[in-house]
Write a protein that binds this ligand. Structure first.
Ligand code: MN
Length: 261
């Protein structure tokens, strides 16, 4: 990612140039982990553009954190960022939380999993403001000692359809718990979210509290019980950044990162 390309892209986007100019380049640095895609036996790292767009619209400077195994890499990365977004992707190995692999579970690349687990644990230990999205909420929960539901359709009676077919968004409602940190960002009560996941939080990790549920009981958000900004959502706010209540999640992360800078 080249920052200048980012500025040009944003300025090209309708209505975003002014936002970015107003924020300048001085926004806090928001790290993002990357997906690893293997094609023809070769690995490459990718991040969907919408994450970078949402971070910039919220006033942050996106900073990609490619997965590496070097011992000091995670600490060095964390020293160079003010906040962190954990992006979505495929599934983390259920052996990490004591289960065997369900037939519908599709594992992320090992290279990514190794790094993501180290990153999520270290970020939480360091108190780095963190927003976990879809696979990112699941990563947070597993890294901090919780367990997942591997396939909602098999595990939750009368489950809603949480997956999407094709590119069209599927939507359902969630109820945001009153008094939660999340409620301070998006308001308590009903919230319309998009949904493209087949796994969910089963057992929240120590230090994480449920902050929102779907009508079928599926956990849709968790948050840290401590002082640090630590929030995970099962939906994809980066794809709904035109809606103020979803952009607000990124704005809250950037504000927390700014305070910590
Ligand atoms: Mn859902």
């Amino acid at each position: 990612f080249q920052a200048e390309d980012g500025i040009r892209d944003v300025e090209r986007s309708r209505g975003l140039g002014d936002v970015y100019k107003r924020q300048g380049m001085s926004g806090p640095r928001i790290g993002l982990n990357c997906d690893v895609v293997t094609q023809g036996g070769k690995d490459r790292v990718t991040v969907p553009w919408v994450y970078l767009d949402a971070v910039q619209r919220a006033g942050g400077l996106p900073t990609l954190l490619p997965p590496v195994d070097a011992e000091g890499a995670v600490a060095a990365y964390l020293a160079g960022i003010d906040g962190l977004v954990l992006i979505g992707g495929a599934d983390y190995d259920p052996q990490l939380y004591g289960q065997s692999v369900h037939p519908n579970t599709k594992l992320v690349a090992e290279r990514r999993q190794r790094f993501d687990m180290r990153l999520a644990k270290a970020a939480a230990a360091a108190g780095a403001p963190t927003l976990g999205i879809c696979g990112g909420i699941q990563l947070l929960n597993v890294a901090l000692g919780g367990a997942l539901i591997q396939h909602i359709a098999d595990a939750v009676p009368e489950a809603l359809t949480h997956t999407r077919s094709g590119e069209a968004e599927r939507f359902h409602e969630v109820t945001v718990a009153g008094g939660s940190r999340l409620a301070g960002v998006v308001g308590a009560g009903p919230l319309e979210v998009n949904s493209s996941h087949h796994q969910a939080i089963g057992e929240p990790a120590p230090g994480l509290a449920v902050a929102a549920r779907a009508p079928d009981g599926v956990v849709e958000a968790v948050e840290g019980t401590g002082e640090t900004f630590l929030l995970g959502v099962q939906w994809h706010p980066e794809r709904l950044a035109d809606r103020p209540e979803h952009l607000a999640l990124f704005q809250a992360l950037v504000a927390a990162a700014e305070r910590r800078r």
